[in-house]
Design a protein around this ligand. Sequence first.
Ligand code: PEP
Length: 256
Amino acid sequence: MRTTLIAGNWKMHLLSEEARQLVRGILAGLARVPSERELLLIPPYVWLMPVAAQLRETSRVKLGGQDVHWEGEGAFTSAISASMLRDAGCEYVLVGHSERRHVFGDDARTLARKLRAALAGGLQAIYCVGEQLAQREAQETEAVLDRQLQEVLGGLGTEEMQRLTLAYEPVWAIGTGRTATPEIAQQAHAHLRRRLAEEFGEAVASQVRILYGGSVKPDNAAELLAQTDIDGALVGGASLAAESFLGIAMAGSGVS
Ligand code: PEP
């Protein structure tokens, strides 16, 4: 049984007081979110520790980092290690977000090293995959997803796979207001799960959560979350306001 995870990626947004107010708003509305839904906040690094302090009053909202370096420590200006993330209160970390791939140039080798460091460091990793618009139009979506899985997940063991979550984020849907239809998203998720089954076996594939990301909002979340292979959402823009994040967290659960 896969629990639904609703993750908010704040990217490079919010000053300290805004971050504090947002967490306060989420905590104030938490009782309305069904208990079987897990929430995750992924703030900029500088707000990890203050957010962790605010989250001490609940175990229902987890904390995650937006990226991780593959080394444990050293001369890597601006980078952050898995043990630092853990020390700051993180249980999760994103690896391979499309902005890391396309803005910062993280390639497959880099992402494979980051993923291994995250898992070896005891974190749950959310590995993001997704095709660009031209690739979808050229009907290359499945090939792109296969490559992104193979290049980075190859050789992982069953124990490591238990701490892996995938996020399918079509690049054309991130921050554009253009969401994949529930059918398009489900098709991609089902494809990813099939590939996981081929590579790691049915038992592993049926346990790995696959989140959808790309312009998820309170009014489209219910239909997306209702799909068989969609196990949660990775939310950017709509995670920056408590009401919209809570709205997504409650979507389709019968409460509003
Ligand atoms: C994201 O940051 O992963 C994302 C999906 O952003 P948005 O919800 O704004 O499209």
